[in-house]
Design a protein around this ligand. Structure first.
Ligand code: CA
Length: 495
């Protein structure tokens, strides 16, 4: 049985110049061999900064690097032809393609419009100044380079609920556009700042029926153009929950198959995540933000961190069927907005915890597989050169997931500095014994039961080169190196 394993195929600083699509085309075979089943692509469409855009400043959802807009034809990752080659190469290797859906806002409007706006208190968005005044806003998107191909929809001020900049008078802040869709913001959004509908750019007005239909049209269009296994939904805490509840249902109906859907609701509080899942009829999965922070803290805390608490207050700990587990992503990597990286020494432990356990769908982060080097300004205003090393044992861990992460699970989270778990295997597939420590070399005595008596084990990761053999009762002491993890598997299963 193949177990779903995601790769986030990019990071914030992935080099531009059209390298990513050819890279993925080239890597399709090795990713499949490694046990990756689905690849989450960065936004595949044109951003306001053209070939400089990571993709979250979406300009034209229908321009997959095909039209001369925003300074060129290709996106940062390549042109449409190279995107098609990449996704078809992935599909040919049985890998599903997951598309990033950025619906909350648009940027890079083609034309300005004269509208009426309210000033809004940025710290309490429910505090909308009742007075309105005329201002010029950048809200008209005509896509002159595309000329109506695939969609003739023109976005204008009626399609947006707010902006953060007006001209004539020039002012920065948060402004609610006067429209026919309601006096206030969209509801069923996160409650930070009173109402967190507004995030950035021109904020999409989901209550406008024409907008709603256009976004459905886009989803169906994309699925018709390219192979699609599912979606990653961006910034859902700023989008009314009812919208995605309907949109996902509609996409699944159009696809005629189950689509994998994971949403980014960046909140460590379980109750907020639970409330959101209820609002969307539990049709999707969420990234386990709390688990990521636990990994971050564990990596910072070293041997002072109590490993028994790693799953405390996590999504995977309480609603595993809705948890996509991760170690780092493009927002948490060094110098990014939610910077809270997991230190390299702890990553093998963290990946063993997301890849080899029964609960959660794991998501591997591109730099952890391939490494990354980049320079950017830090919060101190100085340039910093960052090196994210590839995690050497990660390809073995993803393989181990497919080969050995089978059967019932027994936890031995009994010591603060050394925890272990056993996957007992099934009639068809072998299991494994996973031992890890954040302190010095140690061992865990584990009783695997009489049927595992007299069996020899080796560390699949090769961190240990000794062999462990259970006694007649199926008991053995499984060692682990300093600040390390070992994945002990039966020698007769190594083949
Ligand atoms: Ca919004």
């Amino acid at each position: 049985m193949v177990q779903r394993t995601l790769l986030q195929a990019f990071h914030w600083y992935y080099p531009g110049g059209g390298h990513l699509w050819p890279f993925l085309e080239e890597k399709a075979a090795s990713l499949a061999e490694m046990g990756i089943t689905d690849v989450w692509l960065p936004p595949v469409y044109k951003g306001a900064m053209g070939s400089q855009s990571v993709g979250y400043d979406v300009y034209d959802l229908f321009d997959l690097g095909e039209f001369d807009q925003k300074g060129g034809t290709a996106t940062k990752y390549g042109d449409r032809a190279s995107l098609e080659r990449a996704v078809h190469a992935l599909e040919a290797k049985g890998i599903g393609v997951i598309y990033d859906v950025v619906f909350n806002h648009k940027m890079g409007a083609d034309e300005a419009e004269r509208v009426r706006v309210h000033r809004v208190n940025p710290d309490d968005r429910e505090e909308i100044d009742p007075a309105t005044f005329e201002a010029t806003v950048l809200t008209r998107f005509t896509f002159p380079g595309r000329q109506g191909r695939y969609s003739e929809f023109i976005w204008d001020a009626k399609c947006f609920s707010g902006v953060d900049r007006i001209e004539d008078p020039v002012e920065d802040g948060v402004f609610k556009l006067v429209n026919e869709h309601g006096d206030g913001w969209n509801v069923e959004v996160d409650e930070e700042f009173g109402n967190f509908d507004y995030l950035m750019g021109s904020d999409v007005e989901f209550r406008n029926k024409a907008v709603y239909e256009e976004l459905k049209h886009w989803g169906r269009w994309l699925m018709g153009e390219l192979p699609c296994a599912g979606f990653r939904l961006d910034a859902v805490k700023h989008i009314p929950a009812w919208f995605f509840r309907d949109w996902i249902e509609s996409m699944r109906e159009s696809a005629g198959k189950d689509l994998f859907v994971v949403a980014e609701y960046w909140h460590a509080d379980l109750e907020a995540l639970r409330a959101y899942l209820d609002l969307v009829d539990r049709q999707l999965m969420l990234f386990d933000v709390a688990l990521h922070y636990n990994f971050h803290n564990a990596s910072k805390g070293g041997s002072d961190y109590d490993l028994r608490t790693l799953f405390d207050n996590t999504l995977v700990g309480s609603m595993p069927e809705h948890a996509v587990t991760l170690v780092d992503n493009h927002d948490t990597q060094p110098l990014q907005s939610l910077e809270a990286p997991v230190e390299p020494w702890f990553k093998p432990l963290a990946y063993a915890l997301i890849l080899l356990r029964e609960q959660g769908v794991p998501c591997v982060f591109h730099p952890d597989l391939y490494g990354a080097t980049y320079t950017d300004k830090g919060s101190d205003g100085e340039d910093h050169e960052i090196e994210m090393p590839a995690i050497a044992c990660l390809p073995l861990l993803t393989k181990a997931r497919q080969r050995f992460a089978h059967g019932p699970q027994t936890d031995m989270f009994d010591k603060p500095d050394c925890v272990a778990f056993v996957r007992h295997g099934t009639a068809e597939a072998p299991g494994c014994v996973v031992v890890m420590t954040n302190s010095t070399e140690t061992a865990k005595t584990i009783d695997l039961g009489q049927e595992a008596g007299g069996v020899a084990f080796r560390d699949f990761l090769g961190h240990r080169d000794d062999e462990v053999t259970t006694d007649d009762a199926g008991c053995a002491s499984f060692p682990v190196n300093d600040r390390s993890v070992s994945v002990w598997v039966r020698c007769d299963a190594l083949g």
